[in-house]
Design a protein around this ligand. Structure first.
Ligand SMILES: Nc1ncnc2c1ncn2[C@@H]1O[C@H](COP(=O)(O)OP(=O)(O)OP(=O)(O)O)[C@@H](O)[C@H]1O
Length: 118
């Protein structure tokens, strides 16, 4: 029973993390892009295999943003004062999000192209 309660608590903590993430301006941009992609996918009748690719790309970007947000919090906690290491840590984490976002944008173009112009 304790085991079950501990597992249920983990989901509650993760749900709280989603709320924290949803309050971040950059995450809100990614969420807005997610709604646009899902709406376009439904409107254009995207097939099951293409949905798998789109969902993977969306999850990759949102997960990268979540890790970036967590890292920013930890850096602020560990190094509230200016430090070159703190700057590198935040900038490299942000670069990780950028890489995922560019990859997702390319995936979106490749998936939607045939539905729009094929
Ligand atoms: N403690 C620090 N030491 C050195 N540079 C920092 C430090 N904190 C932030 N920076 C620099 O400022 C930039 C912006 O940091 P900030 O914490 O405001 O994140 P952000 O990119 O605005 O993210 P968000 O808007 O999601 O909060 C970082 O990418 C980094 O280059």
């Amino acid at each position: 029973m304790d085991w079950l309660r501990a597992r249920a608590s983990s989901f509650v903590y993760a749900a709280r993390g989603l709320v924290v993430l949803a309050r971040q301006p950059n995450a809100q941009i990614h969420l807005a892009a997610t709604f646009v992609v899902v709406f376009a996918g439904l409107a254009l009748g995207v097939g099951a295999r293409d949905w798998i690719v789109l969902v993977f790309a969306i999850a990759l970007v949102l997960a990268a943003e979540a890790i970036n947000t967590a890292l920013e919090r930890v850096v602020d906690l560990a190094s509230p004062d200016w430090s070159p290491l703190a700057r590198d840590a935040k900038d490299v984490a942000a670069a990780g999000v950028l890489i995922c976002a560019i990859g997702a944008a390319v995936i979106g173009c490749v998936v939607f192209w045939p539905y729009l112009f094929g």
